[in-house]
Design a protein around this ligand. Sequence first.
Ligand code: C2O
Ligand code: CU
Length: 457
Amino acid sequence: MTLLTLLACAPETTPLPAEVEVPLHDVWGIAAADDHDADPHVVEVHLEAAKTEVQWVEGSPTEVWAYNGQVPGPLIHARVGDTLRVVFDNALPNDDTTIHWHGLRIPDDQDGVPMIVDPVGPGESFTYAFTLPDPGTYWYHPHVAANEQVERGLQGVIVIDEAEPPEVDRDRYFVVDDVLLSDDGRVQGHFANPDGMTVMMGRYGNTLLTNGSTELLVDTMRPGAVERWRLLNTANARPMFIDVRGAEWRVVGTDGGLLSEPYNVGKQEIHPGQRFDLEVLAPAEGEVVELEMVIDGTRYPVFSATVEGEAVADHEVDWPAAPLPEIVTAEQAIEVTLGADTSGSELLWTVNGEAYVEGDMVPVTGDVPTTMHLRETSGLDHPFHLHGQFFQVVDRDGKPADEPGPRDTVVVRGQGEVTIFTGFENAGRWMAHCHILEHAEAGMMTEYDVSDGGDGM
Ligand code: C2O
Ligand code: CU
């Protein structure tokens, strides 16, 4: 054996195996999609949109539209920096659709908006592929007739792990939705031709679903456990409040990832499209912890956990927040007035006085500090959602806002004002709209054409 060979065998120089796959941790609550790619940094999932039936009303099946036969659709779970490939088949008999990746800062031609890439027709397929830029809690849904397609069940969840995920004892995902059902279990409504009240208020449901179930979800927690609970509101229109009873809890993450300073709050308001991650500390053996949604002041327990089993050693969890862009003096200001146009026979919802018409685009300079000043004139609240970017909420109704963290959806109250700050780092064409889906369909939508910034971003 030569000296060279010996050196090559010395432990210091032994290369690590090229790829050691550390399996992703389990996320409780929603069955995960299979990964069809052996490469640990590529996740390939197959999604099919099709009609199926679920049992929500006793004795009467409900026809839903679902991804892979489940409502909500399968969990897509990957790590930040991975490539996600989604082979999508539209098996709906009559409807065009797309998949929009709500919150992900990806290239605009993968964003699932029909203004850029044609929708996927019945019987057709499309493959979405992109790199996952940010860890966090996200979701996916159609961007064609979303008021109907999301309500009928096309909605699914995404978890993107941090480079070093916080070591929690359990990671759970809770999707809350209110669906409007008739007594015999049909998804009610005239989606193509909604009544005036629905256009005005948005569609409010009569059946609360948590992870697609009308029943209380149950599980156990270990004494002393530190858990991460991810909450998403997929209702067409209804805001709710989150409360946890029986445990200490705080908010550790918002739409776009973890917070550098988690906060305590009595109840956390959550609007359609928004996500909040909670840290929940299990109390002592025998106690019961409940997750409740508070709707119009009424509490609805949706999850109940008995604390039992072997105690977890006392520990704290670090929440590795990504640093947020510093809020500096804006070089660009965008005015956004959200309002209603009642001059015609039908109510229209507007941005800067106009109901959206495909092709309307607002030019925006990319990669510069920008404030967007959102102002509401009709008297109703609107969860305003911006695609392709994160923003921070700077002030609300003239006072500094107490709404930290990276966001993609913020409520603008009736007659209220909100200023948000964003860098528009992601060039491309990006929709912005009210996430009350009936408002978006009735015109409260716009599109920003964000230039390339010029410094090579
Ligand atoms: Cu979740 Cu353009 O939407
Ligand atoms: Cu609205």
